[in-house]
Design a protein around this ligand. Structure first.
Ligand code: SF4
Length: 156
């Protein structure tokens, strides 16, 4: 998996202060995409073990209280990204107690394959669906267009 940006301190993408990772790769080709440069899977730089370890360390850094991790892109649930995203969210669950995980994807919840759906077992919130320009609404919180749905999951 490649990624474009990692912000260890972010107050824009999700509630509270967060770590945010923008991964590479997206098949959805939404008109008006806000992040076109991330669509190619081979764009950006390699997401290494070191980068993964850094996210875990940042979430557990007690000097700055972060509420959780946001995963955006690109599409974290692009099939090529899912194995590494699954590994990351499982680690956050196990190693970062009390932190929440938010994921943005261009797929709707109903469209997810079994493998993509497995990720939802480890996250708190999924914002789903393509960005639809005719449904764009700047007043929406966490979403670009009104077709997108915020799904909240109960973590066991
Ligand atoms: S899902 Fe997001 S990143 Fe992918 S094309 Fe649509 S707006 Fe762009």
């Amino acid at each position: 998996m490649n990624f474009h940006q990692y912000y260890p301190i972010d107050v824009v993408n999700g509630p509270g202060t967060r770590c945010t990772l923008f991964v590479s790769g997206c098949v959805h080709q939404c008109r008006g995409c806000y992040n076109q440069s991330t669509q190619r899977l081979d764009s950006g730089v390699l997401f290494t073990q070191q980068a993964e370890d850094q996210i875990i360390a940042d979430l557990n850094d007690t000097r700055i209280k972060r509420r959780g991790l946001s995963l955006s892109g690109g599409d974290p649930l692009h099939p090529a990204n899912v194995p590494q995203i699954l590994k990351l969210v499982k680690r956050v669950r196990e190693e970062c107690p009390g932190k929440d995980i938010w994921v943005w994807t261009g797929y709707t919840l109903d469209e997810l394959s079994d493998q993509q759906r497995e990720v939802t077992q480890y996250i708190d919130t999924l914002i789903d669906g393509k960005f639809e320009q005719d449904k764009k609404d700047l007043n929406l919180e966490w979403r670009g267009s009104s077709n997108q749905i915020i799904h909240r999951f109960k973590i066991d």
